[in-house]
Ligand binder design. Sequence first.
Ligand SMILES: *[C@@H]1O[C@H](CO)[C@@H](O)[C@H](O)[C@H]1NC(C)=O
Ligand SMILES: *[C@@H]1O[C@H](CO)[C@@H](O)[C@H](O)[C@H]1NC(C)=O
Ligand SMILES: *[C@@H]1O[C@H](CO)[C@@H](O)[C@H](O)[C@H]1NC(C)=O
Length: 186
Amino acid sequence: MAKLTLIIVSQILLLAAVVSAGTGVDFAKTIDKKLLGLRKEKLTHFRVYWHDILSGSNPSSVVIRPPVSNSSFFGSVTAIDNRLTTEVSVNSTLVGQAQGVYTGAGQRDASALMVMNFAFKTGKYNGSTISILGRNAILTKVREMPVIGGSGLFRFARGYVEARTMWFDQKSGDATVEYNCYVLHY
Ligand SMILES: *[C@@H]1O[C@H](CO)[C@@H](O)[C@H](O)[C@H]1NC(C)=O
Ligand SMILES: *[C@@H]1O[C@H](CO)[C@@H](O)[C@H](O)[C@H]1NC(C)=O
Ligand SMILES: *[C@@H]1O[C@H](CO)[C@@H](O)[C@H](O)[C@H]1NC(C)=O
């Protein structure tokens, strides 16, 4: 009888172990925002100048694949590691790099798909990034693109940027673009 009880108890324990291991109920749970130090959401505005340099011996913007026709820049893919500075001059204070790619995405218009991270290198923002993904109709005066996330100080970031071309060299393709960024984050 004692032996039978022992067998039944051990069977029940085994069953319980199998059930709790199999359900996976513990893999996700709601936690308090404060556990991650997230208190009040704030809005940060910053203005940076983005320098797309294709010319010279040390370009920061490299065409990986040229366009499929000469009439638009559809199909082109460009990798960038562009300087982000505080003023229009490329030699003004460096605050970070814009790293990513842009692709000619319009067959009938001059629009690009921008996929890039602004990697900040200065002060308290050093090491933090924001991620921008959006449509850039490059001939339009003001182009709005979404900020879809971020890291470091910009965890949980969302927002938008407004891009305005300050300067464009038709021959080399070099350009300086002002980015006004509006970012909600904690
Ligand atoms: C683009 O133009 C260049 C020079 O005019 C020409 O050599 C090239 O074949 C053209 N490319 C396409 C894809 O039409
Ligand atoms: C920026 O600095 C580089 C290197 O000193 C110089 O060659 C270039 O002309 C400067 N550009 C501008 C716009 O001041
Ligand atoms: C930014 O952080 C890197 C890595 O921690 C460090 O090497 C660099 O000196 C910092 N730059 C500034 C301007 O604080």
